[in-house]
Design a protein around this ligand. Structure first.
Ligand SMILES: Nc1nc2c(ncn2[C@@H]2O[C@H](COP(=O)(O)OP(=O)(O)OP(=O)(O)O)[C@@H](O)[C@H]2O)c(=O)[nH]1
Ligand SMILES: [Mg+2]
Length: 675
């Protein structure tokens, strides 16, 4: 299936905004390479890459598909990733292991959040990149406009076209290659060809001092020198080649594939791979591979997908999982094209292989032939932006849900599962409503459990706004032995921490050995405050006096007395409810500014500042979590899918009084129901 050495392998990711044509491009490449005799199509549910039912139902990718094909005497290993923001974690993982990223941009829609996401991950991981402006045949296609916005966002001398379109929209008939154009190129392109060729030669010359000297003296550079200079500039991201074409009309794709072959780095030439300690040299002989995906699917079974970084991974061998300090026995190795698998004996640098039935290895793990090797730096993912409390439709199926969720969460680091001890809810957090809907769909089809969701309860907090003191005596006469403890407690607001406890008792009124019991009583009571049974925070508790009895006092008696004193002191200290406040970074095209700020206002949000990034408006804001559960879907519909946001917890703020009353009434109702 593959018959070439590492220097002829090209490993890359196809990424970019939803609908740009990534999957269609992947299918076309497989077809052109002769891997499939019939061209796969997203629209007709015959795509090799979008092979899963959920993807075909939506006509959009939801998961990364690992693919490979020969191209001339080379072999491509690549991943087709989803562009939709809800599934951005898939691209994050794939980009992390790739030698290059091909960012597909729609010639009509231009840059979208998916473009920006792909660029950022590639840049942050120092992965060389190229653009492909696709869909030149579309009615609204605007090659010059999209090229202009790429150059404006990422640098005019950086984003240099390597191919230029001949004809436009319905009449697009081919592309001309900037560096290979002959005299037969259309006359109207002559100026552009000249400009871009010069721009490229300037950058090539800049890659090497000696070349620069000769270039400035007017000497012609040899083809080998130009190629070497281009490689260097692309590896350093000093040049980001821009290709163009139409997947729909099969225009410019051969040129793109030749570009990938000639310009993208070979697996052994890239920068060293960062490890948690030190770096891995790519020509190291030790087999080292990184897990970029792990799937358990009724269709293809359990598969762990690895990118080999160095050495050779062999079938029927043993490797160390150096992230977990365990061993893994590898059985069969497969090269995969979507759901199609081909068995191979070994895999070398740059190759993507799948291994069935690895039990103790998950996404993000490093496998190595050496037990003492350091793991590759783990991937960092965006924090989830949407949460739902999830319940079974049929009572008693909680265990089924939890088994299913645990497995699905293990496959997808952008899902977080929380069995919330405070609210007693199972809360699933992800990147948006579609992301969570796919999980629920999989629970139903793969785990046969139907679920419903609810807006999660907000983890409110309680605190005090003034000082309050109280004393409590616990006294009981049971049989011969009595119980006695008296605690005088003062509570004070604390600004720099969640909790402090101090002891000011003098004269042994409470003997020292009982003080820890007093603290324990306080801590236990703080779990459920008096207002709405929420955790109490930002409090200093001071035990300043008390009484004891030489026979009847016990740790238990002081604990009970401390609880009583705490509750009474809270009531005297002007208690209030606090709610979580999140900071938001919202990215969207400028025309939606009015809608977005209006909507934020209605969510009790506050705009902190504005910025611009890659031609998009950036709004930094904060808003209460209680108002943000539905934000991802609202933002999507407000911006036709062109807005995205990040959200992280910032702090707790007092709940406005009218809302506080409502929350307390609901908590009281819940408590009644529980009884
Ligand atoms: N006219 C035209 N349509 C195209 C072209 N490339 C793709 N399409 C269509 O655009 C739609 C989206 O294509 P996909 O390949 O699924 O896009 P994608 O980038 O994989 O989208 P996601 O998986 O959702 O991120 C499909 O209906 C394709 O047939 C093109 O060059 N011209
Ligand atoms: Mg796709």
């Amino acid at each position: 299936m593959k018959d070439c050495s590492a220097e002829n392998i090209r490993n890359f990711v196809v990424a970019g905004h939803a609908g740009a044509g990534k999957t269609s491009l992947a299918d076309l490449m497989l077809h052109k390479a002769g891997v499939v005799s019939r061209l796969g199509s997203v629209d007709q549910n015959t795509s090799v890459s979008d092979f899963r039912q959920e993807e075909q139902d939506r006509k959009s990718s939801l998961f990364t598909a690992s693919l490979h094909c020969p191209w001339q005497d080379h072999h491509f290993f690549f991943c087709d990733t989803p562009g939709y923001a809800d599934f951005c974690g898939e691209a994050t993982s794939a980009i992390r292991v790739a030698d290059a990223v091909l960012i597909v941009v729609d010639a009509a829609a231009g840059i979208g959040p998916g473009t920006i996401n792909a660029w950022r991950h590639a840049r942050d991981n120092n992965v060389p990149r190229a653009f492909m402006i696709n869909g030149l045949d579309r009615d609204q296609a605007d090659f010059a406009g999209v090229l202009g916005s790429l150059q404006e966002s990422y640098g005019a001398t950086v984003c240099v076209p390597f191919t230029l379109p001949v004809g436009a929209r319905a009449d697009v008939s081919g592309v001309v290659q900037v560096l290979q154009a002959g005299d037969d190129a259309p006359a109207e392109l002559a100026d552009d060809l000249e400009t871009y060729r010069e721009a490229l030669m300037d950058t090539v010359a800049e890659s090497d001092e000696e070349l620069m000297m000769r270039y400035l003296e007017g000497e012609e550079l040899s083809e080998a020198e130009i190629a070497q200079g281009l490689h260097q500039a692309i590896s350093d991201a000093a040049i980001v080649p821009v290709f163009c074409g139409s997947v729909g009309k099969d225009v410019g794709i051969d040129e793109l594939m030749n570009g990938i072959m000639n310009l993208f780095p070979a697996p052994l030439t890239g920068a060293p791979v960062p490890l948690v300690e030190g770096e891995l040299s790519r020509d190291d002989d030790t087999a080292t591979a990184f897990v970029y995906k792990s799937i358990t699917d009724p269709f293809i079974g359990q598969l762990t997908c690895l990118r080999v970084f160095s050495g050779t991974v062999k079938s029927d061998s043993e490797l160390h999982n150096v992230s977990r300090g365990s061993r893994e026995r590898l059985g069969t190795l497969f090269l995969v094209n979507g759901k199609n698998q081909t068995q191979v004996d070994s895999a070398g640098p740059g190759e993507l292989v799948a291994i069935p039935k690895l039990k103790n290895t998950v996404i993000g793990d490093t496998l190595s032939a050496s037990a003492s090797a350091k793991p590759i730096t783990p991937i960092s993912y965006s924090t989830p932006t949407m949460s739902q409390a999830i319940f079974p439709v049929k009572k008693g199926e909680e265990d089924k849900i939890s088994t299913g969720l645990q497995r699905l969460v293990a496959e997808d680091p952008t899902l977080i599962l929380d069995r919330n001890a405070e609210t007693h809810q199972t809360v699933l957090s992800g990147m948006g409503d579609q992301h969570l809907a796919v999980v629920m769909g999989r629970l139903e089809t793969e785990f046969k459990v139907e679920t419903v969701t609810e807006t999660p309860k907000v983890p409110y907090r309680e605190t005090i706004t003034g000082q309050g003191s109280a004393q409590y005596r616990h006294k009981k006469q049971t049989g011969g032995h009595g119980q006695f403890g008296e605690v005088h407690l003062r509570l004070e607001p604390l600004t720099d921490g969640e909790f402090e406890f101090s002891n000011e008792v003098v004269g042994g009124n409470i003997p020292k050995n009982y003080i820890p019991a007093v603290e324990k009583g306080v801590v236990e009571t703080m779990v459920a405050g008096p207002l709405a049974s929420c955790r109490v925070i930002n409090i200093r508790a001071v035990v300043y006096d008390g009484k004891y009895h030489p026979v009847d006092s016990s740790e238990m008696a002081f604990k009970i007395a401390a609880r009583g004193a705490f509750r009474a002191a809270m009531a005297n200290a002007k208690p209030i409810l606090l709610e979580p406040i999140m900071t938001l970074k919202i990215l969207f095209p400028e025309e939606y500014m009015g809608d977005i700020s209006g909507d934020l206002n209605s969510r009790r949000g506050r705009i902190l500042g504005m910025d611009r990034e890659e031609g998009f408006q950036v709004l930094n804001a904060e808003a209460p979590l209680a108002e943000m559960f539905t934000y991802s879907s609202t933002l999507r519909s407000m911006t036709q899918g062109r807005g995205s946001f990040e959200m992280v917890f910032e702090r707790y703020d007092p709940v406005p009084p009218n809302l506080g009353t409502k929350i307390m009434a609901e908590a009281a109702k819940d408590a009644e129901e529980e009884e």
